[in-house]
Design a protein around this ligand. Structure first.
Ligand code: GUN
Ligand code: FE
Length: 426
């Protein structure tokens, strides 16, 4: 049987490399069997007869990838943004996340999150849920229905949080096993479980050891937080005096890349050894610039990560970040890199539009395999952007139009979105 083929027409843009865009004006983007077949200025004869959707002047870009977002925090975005990380966790995060023991509340909250994520330009995301198994499975069911491609984690926490949300060590491990079995048993097409120890201060060494066992048994990826904030880092030094750097508090348990595909959010203060080990072990970094500003964490040396060839994507980190919008994350990445260059370290040049776009597409997409690009063989995730509301007297080339769309949320409309070759209902 011939694999299903369809074709989109428009102004096609993707990252040729970290520093360069590839632009095909008024061209055909061909999808075959859920993968990118190719891009053509003139459609070859053999591809005639397949359905074509002509998006006219619209921009067609790879779906955006959010490497770090907290679904239960969606309800309090924009609140407590005058606090620092640890105070904000105590004041806003833990009390709100505790409410997800109530499945009805979880359903009403996750409905809003899922609906808005579906409407956004995001096609893939790494998502934190809460410690609660039933609510996490509910979130996975809801995300699966959207057609988005996600990795979702039941959070683990067995220390340093209020009693009402703290798990016992055994309980945390056994609930995780039950959750993984349930999730795998549901045979989702687009939704995968990802191990989610919240961060070192929340997880005892004993729990980390148990999580390693679960990681190996079920061959799971892992997401967590790393070197985000000075008070957090000082706390990890106290809790794990044996660790020479924060990353070792995961690495010691085999939960820091290598055999365990890992994405770590933030890495604002990662030092030489931590960077070296992340590179060696292919740990992905989720750079979350808006969150890093909002909870006074700092500005990560992203230029250095990119130059050294580390894997870097962008994360919204809602509710540290106020919005799930990954265009905003691109703009924030560029803006904060300029402040870092100006105020902190002029040896690291500011990020370019090309680099921010790369991180939001292919850079993060690689955590999912071949995603985030229109190179042949990549999974067909595409977003069709209508920028016609933004009026301009002068002619603008396609790159300039994309650049403006990154900054002007009010003038941007998502006309269509495809994930793995399937159109998403917006
Ligand atoms: N570190 C541990 N938990 C969290 C969280 O929920 N958000 C952020 N930004 N950092 C964290
Ligand atoms: Fe986070």
């Amino acid at each position: 049987m011939r694999e299903q083929v369809f074709i989109l027409k428009g102004n096609i843009i993707f990252s040729k490399s970290r520093t360069e865009l590839e632009i095909h004006e008024d061209s055909y983007l061909v999808c075959q069997g859920g993968k990118v077949k190719g891009i053509y200025r003139t459609l070859p004869f053999r591809l005639g007869g397949y359905p074509i959707t002509d998006y006219g002047e619209s921009l067609i870009i790879p779906g955006l990838v959010d490497l770090h977002i907290h679904a239960p925090q969606y309800s309090y975005r924009g609140l407590g943004m005058d606090m620092e990380l640890l105070e904000w966790l105590e004041t806003n995060t833990f009390p709100e996340e505790a409410r997800f023991s109530d499945l009805e509340y979880a359903a009403s909250s996750y409905r809003i999150f899922v609906e808005n994520l579906k409407k956004s330009a995001t096609t893939r995301a790494c998502v934190f849920a809460t410690v609660h198994r039933p609510a996490t499975l509910l979130l996975m069911d809801m995300l699966e229905k959207t057609g988005l491609c996600t990795m979702v984690g039941k959070v683990n926490m067995d220390r340093n949080c209020p009693d009402y949300i703290r798990e016992g060590t055994e309980e945390s491990a056994s609930e995780t096993v039950e959750w993984v079995k349930d999730a795998l048993g549901r045979a989702y097409k687009n939704t995968r479980p990802i191990l989610t120890p919240r961060f070192t201060p929340s997880c005892t060494d004993e729990l980390m050891e148990k999580l390693k066992g679960i990681q190996k048994e079920y061959d799971l990826p892992l997401q967590s937080h790393l070197s985000e904030n000075p008070s957090e880092i000082a706390w990890v030094k106290e809790l794990c005096p044996w660790a020479e750097y924060y990353g070792q508090a995961y690495d010691r348990f085999g939960l820091f890349g290598g055999e365990c595909p890992t994405v770590m959010a933030h890495c604002v203060y990662s030092g030489e050894e931590e960077i070296r080990r992340m590179k060696e072990n292919q740990v992905f970094i989720a750079h979350c610039p808006e969150s890093n500003m909002n909870v006074s964490s700092g500005i990560a040396p992203v230029r250095r990560f990119l130059d050294e060839g580390l894997h870097v994507g962008l994360g919204s980190d809602v509710a540290g970040g106020s919005s799930e919008n990954m265009f905003s994350a691109m703009a924030h990445a560029i803006q904060s890199s300029k402040l870092r260059w100006r105020l902190q370290d002029d040896s690291l040049k500011a990020l370019t539009v090309e680099e921010a776009f790369y991180m939001a597409t292919k850079g993060g997409g690689e955590f999912f395999g071949r995603a985030g690009s229109f190179e042949p063989g990549y999974e067909f995730d595409a977003v069709v952007l209508d920028d016609s509301r933004l009026k301009h007297p002068q002619p603008l080339d396609v790159k300039s139009r994309l650049e403006r769309m990154i900054y002007f949320s009010d003038d941007r409309e998502i006309r269509a979105k495809y994930v793995r070759g399937k159109r998403i209902e917006l």
